[in-house]
Design a protein around this ligand. Structure first.
Ligand code: PMP
Length: 431
């Protein structure tokens, strides 16, 4: 049993010494002290099904035994020297990552977070094209650094003082709340074609890049229509920009059918950014692109002290191996389909479920007070999360109004876990 600081002691210390900007979930913040595969335990020894995976970070399971073993071994041998010296792990991991990439995307730059990976991606796009303007998506999230905060398009995440210039936003393909009030497919993908007007009216007409999440994470599992990214990528390329897929949440098999979420739309980006699931919970991010684009990082000296360190590289390599060995992607497909079917069945029964979205184990359930007006049921979403926690299930929440439940568990989750989650959600929504 856990015998460390009590929850109250931790709360008191945090109040005094930790920045109030470090937020917690739940009315009574929970203290998680142990994890194994799809479960975590609190300080009282209560087990929870972790259906949010540390915000979609634990990809193959908390403390996966193989990964723990490999990292322990590396920690005992060499933890860090920086990339000014050679080490096998960065080369091995970059090679293995390239094997998973679309053709031509072979060169990786490693960082410690998704925000940094996106910073490097945008820097590369600007250096490569000689243009500065960046196109992002409404409702998107890309990080908390200056450029990525500017790129993030949710007012609640944007500090007044920190909106980086040179970024404009286009429509996201959020069909449930179509800004034009149209319906797919008769809409003719007006939202995707709009990027042309955004470029023509709001930029010089020449852009550095487009960057978008193929399935929006923080935005609440928004999945645009199949043709959406083909149209947007074409228009952006016609205006001189490269196309970057932010796979921080959707990558590494999570969407089930494909290893990368952008593959669900039959497009090939010029670069991919990654974090979270890439390292099963370790601080690790990456930017992978073509040989040609990767060369611009030599224009000046660029250095990241911890990027590519032996511990993170070992963890990343072991995570990729486990994804293959444990059949993780297939499980994401099967259990994900089962869960989605379950949510759709619950939608028939509970009026509060306005929309069920997503693929594989990247799912969203949008709650509304009225199916006609689609008034967001945000306080209700918080109530559902609290009630699910009391029943031993941790969920996430997102969307502009905070009214979309986010279900993105470690991809080792079983059908039994999924059935438990569905039964509990049925009970909670019934109340
Ligand atoms: N991109 C996406 C799609 C994300 O969801 C996040 C984190 N929520 C980031 C980038 C930023 O990653 P990090 O928090 O590691 O900087």
């Amino acid at each position: 049993p856990y015998d460390g600081l009590s929850r109250d002691e931790v709360i008191a210390l945090r109040k005094q010494y930790v920045s109030p900007g470090v937020i917690t979930y739940y009315r009574e913040p929970m203290m998680v002290v142990e994890g194994h595969m799809q479960y975590v335990w609190d300080d009282q020894g209560t087990r929870y099904l972790d259906a949010f995976a540390g915000i979609v970070t634990v990809s193959v399971g908390h403390c996966h035994p193989k990964i723990v073993e490999k990292v322990k071994e590396q920690t005992g041998k060499l933890q860090h020297t920086t990339t000014i010296y050679l080490h096998p792990t960065i080369a091995q991991f970059a090679e293995k990552l390239a094997e998973k990439m679309p053709d031509g995307l072979t060169r990786s730059y490693f960082t410690n977070s998704g925000s940094e990976a996106n910073e490097v991606a945008i820097l590369s796009a600007r250096e490569h094209t000689g243009n500065t303007q960046v196109i992002g998506l409404r409702n998107g999230y890309h990080g908390g650094t200056a450029t990525t905060m500017g790129l993030t398009a949710h007012g609640s995440w944007k500090f007044k003082s920190n909106n980086a210039p040179g970024i404009v936003h286009t429509h996201a393909g959020y069909c449930y709340r179509c800004p034009y009030g149209l319906e797919y497919p008769s809409c003719d993908l007006k939202c995707a074609h709009d990027v042309k007007e955004v470029i023509e009216y709001q930029t010089s007409g020449e852009v550095a890049c487009f960057i978008g999440e193929p399935i929006q994470g923080v935005g609440g599992a928004v999945v645009p229509p199949k043709e959406y990214f083909q149209i947007v990528y074409d228009i952006v390329r016609q205006h001189g920009g490269i196309c970057i897929a932010d796979e921080v949440q959707g990558g590494f098999g999570r969407t089930g059918k494909h290893f990368w979420s952008h593959q669900n739309y039959d497009v090939v980006p010029d670069a991919i950014t990654m974090a979270k699931g890439i390292g099963n919970g370790i601080p690790l991010g990456a930017f992978t692109t073509t040989e040609e684009i990767s060369e611009v990082m030599t224009n000046k000296i660029h250095f990241n002290t911890y990027g590519g360190n032996p511990i993170s590289m070992t963890q990343g390599l072991a995570t990729l191996e486990v994804i293959e060995e444990d059949g993780i992607q297939q499980n994401a497909l099967e259990v994900g389909n089962h869960l989605k079917d379950g949510f759709l069945a619950l939608q028939e029964k509970h009026d509060i479920i306005g929309d069920v979205r997503g693929m594989g184990l990247m799912l969203g359930v949008e709650l509304v007070r009225d199916r006609k007006t689609k008034e967001p049921a945000n306080t209700e979403a918080s109530d559902v999360m609290e009630a699910m926690k009391q029943r031993g299930v941790l969920l996430g929440k997102g969307g502009l109004y905070g009214n979309t439940l986010r279900i993105k568990p470690p991809m080792c989750i079983t059908k039994d876990d999924a059935n438990y989650l569905l039964a509990m959600l049925d009970e909670v929504l019934g109340e």
